[in-house]
Design a binder for this molecule. Structure first.
Ligand code: KMH
Ligand code: ZN
Length: 309
């Protein structure tokens, strides 16, 4: 589908904390509302984490996911993509609990173990709303985000093979592309591969435009036409990198999980605001936005009627 750009929106994540922005969706009601608005603004895929409704701490609790997943499904046609990365304090079984219950069309799948340092993410916070936030961030200078080859194969087995869920392969560095190429070669994963190349996480590749080209060229070499390319960049790099991706024929991911901002020093008031901005930029470049139906065709998804919520 040449020229059709899939916009993903990651609405809350597990990196940012409530004190960083009053606009970060926390409760199931807020996550549902923000997801629906983002989909109506043009996002074909909604990437979801859950939070404790009282404290905003990331939670793997399937019961919390189940408070917003059906609401999103009943209101918009967008593809629901659930995290398997979860949050910092979660085991692999924790991370898989909600995806295994919900059996969504799509889940994230992180393509390597890595440092994941967000200790400085709260530097601008003047007063913390909750006791968990600062320690949660501070301990990440000693945090390993675990995603071994066995973990990856297990997630594909338990979700992909068992339930037909397909994956957003999260690649934070060049080596992750080679890990994915190995999995393709070993027939652990099946094309078309939705490859989310990620820039600007401390522990992954930096947000330098030359790295964007390097990641794309490497993915082209390893996967040829067996992959669908998407880009996200953390923080202030979000819009510039997604714009470059659009120009180079790629797809884009925005959302408050990846950046809290809409412009220099200005907090985004909603996920929809970021979706509308990248949509406006892409349409000015004469690119067309993919509908959820088109995204399903491009990514060969099982369909929104074959999920567990
Ligand atoms: N926060 C992103 C950089 C996941 O949910 O599995 C990565 C992410 C991981 O979305
Ligand atoms: Zn995520």
């Amino acid at each position: 589908m040449p020229g059709k750009v899939i916009i993903s929106c990651a609405v809350t994540g597990a990196i940012h904390t409530p004190s960083m922005s009053d606009y970060l969706p926390i409760t199931p009601e807020e996550i549902a509302r923000s997801s629906i608005d983002a989909a109506e603004a043009g996002a074909a895929i909604i990437h979801l984490h859950a939070r404790n409704p009282e404290t905003g701490e990331p939670t793997p609790d399937p019961a919390v996911f189940m408070r917003f997943l059906p609401v999103i499904k009943q209101n918009v046609d967008a593809v629901v993509n659930i995290t398997t990365g979860g949050g910092l304090n979660m085991t692999l079984d924790d991370r898989l609990a909600a995806p295994l219950l919900a059996r969504p069309e799509m889940c994230s799948l992180n393509m390597g173990s890595m440092n994941f340092n967000i200790a400085r993410a709260g530097d601008r916070v003047k007063s913390w709303k909750h006791g968990w936030e600062k320690p949660y961030l501070d301990r990440t200078d000693d945090h390993i985000f675990r995603n071994t080859f066995r973990d990856i194969a297990g997630i594909v087995e338990r979700l992909g093979k068992a339930h037909g869920t397909r994956f957003e392969f999260e690649c934070y560095d060049i080596g992750h592309l080679y890990n994915l190429a190995y999995c393709l070669d070993q027939k652990i994963v099946e094309p078309p591969l939705f490859v989310q190349t990620i820039f600007g996480i401390l522990g992954g590749i930096g947000a330098d435009p030359r790295n964007l080209l390097f990641m794309k060229e490497t993915a082209d070499k390893l996967f040829g036409d067996a992959y669908v390319w998407s880009v996200l960049a953390a923080g202030r790099h979000q819009m510039a990198f997604t714009t470059m991706a659009g120009i180079l024929g790629g797809n884009v991911r925005v959302g408050l999980e990846d950046s809290l901002y809409i412009g220099r020093g200005a907090l985004a008031k909603s996920n929809a605001e970021q979706v509308a901005k990248i949509r406006r930029i892409l349409e000015e470049l004469s690119l067309e936005i993919a509908t959820p139906k088109e995204a399903r065709e491009i990514l060969k998804l099982k369909g929104g009627d074959r999920v567990g919520f």
